[in-house]
Design a protein around this ligand. Structure first.
Ligand code: SF4
Ligand code: SF4
Length: 488
């Protein structure tokens, strides 16, 4: 049920001492701010969401999941109980495992700071962490991402990927700067052979400038070489990951989308990440660089001449009814995208005749999701058969598609029917192959931390002591301690 009062009090952290403090979410001049006071460190005011009307739209899509049935006890309060604790509301959708904090670069925006110690779990520890993720109930974690530091510095990366496959992960990905891929075609081939599904490639722009500012040197040619080598190795699923900051690469958002659309044979999506601040940063610098999800959507709108607009984006939990549909059909709980609506946004665009057409232009996505939600709810409270429920949805699909506005070479109705009818990976893959995913996730920092968002987080870290820790909790609260305990 969407909350009716959008101005509210939540819990946050003091950005200096990280103690939990109450915070007010308030609207002012069409923007949303977070205000909080720490008894010891004073008052803080941070931009939370830069467009109030988009904030209202996104907040229509709150939904609740039940979290884990085998969670840990909660003793000290959020965010100290991460484990996952029994107050956490979302199971792991994507489990991260840091393979090392070593890196072949030294970027000022990095979460993982080596600080003189080497954190590098052994193969046995990595297996145990993967087992913890797969042991989650009622839904074993379906996807794992190996990160760092730079995970490609591990010589045993192909063996680690193969082990993940053996443990039943259906999606295996790495988050990388691509340097090793650019250096070695053979390395790309080894990764491909080991069962790697997707490469999350750090990608800050399409010219030299952003790389020089953010990474200290021009890495654009390296990204091109990495893409080329991966292509030659047979990789077909790369997601570009730009860290976006005002005054650094905000003017490149549209260019990155255009670049992706010219490389659709290998680039399947873009996951924009508005910058999250690490450590103590002065208000002036934060105001100068802070980008929120609405800013990003508006930048895309401006830089893409309205080919893509803010109205084409929806929050992550928008697709929650699809999880409910698959759960109802299979009779067993499935991964659900019940994260907080302010954490992320996404849309799909289709390329036709050199133009990008968001699917929202020819599919009434809101009507379709509402139809799915209503039918699944009716099914859950009745003796209707699964076939009948699905039939009711499929029968109505044409009502939500405007074929006259769809790109000429695409039968949208047929494609949607295939996806919803079979729900197989092949049909979903066909959809992905013909579209480009545009997503954004705004990781939190201690300045804008909202513990309601944290409690619904679906992107987690597995750590060597068996705990599963939400991403934004790990990076802001627990990382230092874990790395100190398990470093060499
Ligand atoms: S973030 Fe989640 S797991 Fe961590 S303490 Fe809060 S509710 Fe528990
Ligand atoms: S990682 Fe951070 S931004 Fe992403 S879902 Fe979790 S809490 Fe939200």
């Amino acid at each position: 049920m969407p909350p009716t009062n959008l101005e509210k009090t939540v819990s946050s952290l003091c950005p200096i001492c990280l103690k939990v403090v109450p915070a007010q979410i308030v609207q002012e001049d069409g923007r949303i701010y977070m205000q909080k006071r720490c008894q010891e460190h004073g008052d803080f005011r941070e931009l939370y969401w830069s467009d109030a009307s988009l904030y209202k739209k996104f907040n229509r899509y709150w939904c609740n999941d039940q979290g884990l049935t085998n969670s840990r006890s909660a003793l000290n309060g959020c965010p100290l109980d991460c484990g996952l604790c029994r107050n956490h509301l979302t199971g792991t959708l994507l489990g991260n495992i840091d393979l090392t904090n070593r890196c072949n670069m030294a970027c000022p925006v990095c979460f993982a700071d080596a600080g003189g110690r080497i954190y590098e779990p052994t193969m046995d520890q990595i297996r145990e962490m993967m087992r913890s993720l797969r042991a989650e109930r009622p839904v074993p974690c379906p996807a794992v991402q190996f990160s760092g530091g730079e995970p490609t510095l591990r010589e045993d990366l192909p063996e680690i990927i193969a082990a993940a496959k053996g443990l039943g992960f259906s999606q295996i990905q790495i988050a990388t700067n691509g340097i090793r891929m650019a250096e070695s075609l053979n390395f790309c081939k080894r990764l491909e052979k080991s069962g790697l599904n997707t490469v999350y490639l750090q990608f800050d722009g399409v010219t030299a400038e952003p790389y020089k500012v953010v990474r200290g040197r021009d890495l654009f040619p390296t990204k091109l070489k990495a893409l080329d080598n991966m292509r030659r190795a047979g990789q077909t699923s790369v997601v570009l990951v730009p860290t976006m900051a005002k005054g650094v690469n905000d003017y490149q958002a549209g260019g990155i989308v255009r670049f992706a659309s010219q490389n659709l044979d290998i680039v399947k999506g873009i996951n924009f990440q508005p910058v999250a601040f690490a450590g103590r940063i002065e208000q002036e610098e934060r105001d100068e660089k802070r980008i929120t999800i609405p800013d990003l959507m508006i930048l895309l709108e401006e830089q893409m001449d309205n080919e893509i607009t803010r109205d084409d984006f929806y929050p992550v939990p928008f697709v929650f009814p699809i999880s409910q549909l698959i759960t109802a059909e299979r009779g067993s709980p499935q991964p659900s995208f019940a994260v907080h609506p302010c954490c992320g946004a996404a849309t799909y665009v289709y390329k036709y005749n050199g133009h990008l057409v968001p699917i929202t232009r020819f599919i009434d996505v809101e009507g379709l999701m509402e139809k799915v939600r209503i039918e699944v709810e009716a099914f859950n409270g009745s003796s209707l058969s699964k076939l009948k429920m699905k039939g009711m949805i499929l029968k109505e699909i044409p009502r939500f598609v405007d074929e006259s506005r769809a790109p000429g070479d695409l039968s949208v109705t047929k494609m949607l029917l295939r996806v919803l009818r079979s729900g197989t990976m092949d049909s979903v893959r066909e959809f992905h192959n013909r579209t480009l995913f545009l997503g954004a996730m705004h990781f939190q920092d201690p300045y804008n931390m909202d513990l309601e968002r944290l409690q619904r987080c679906g992107v987690h870290y597995a750590v060597p002591d068996g705990r599963i820790i939400p991403f934004c909790s790990y990076n802001n609260v627990h990382r230092k301690d874990v790395e100190a305990r398990f470093s060499k």
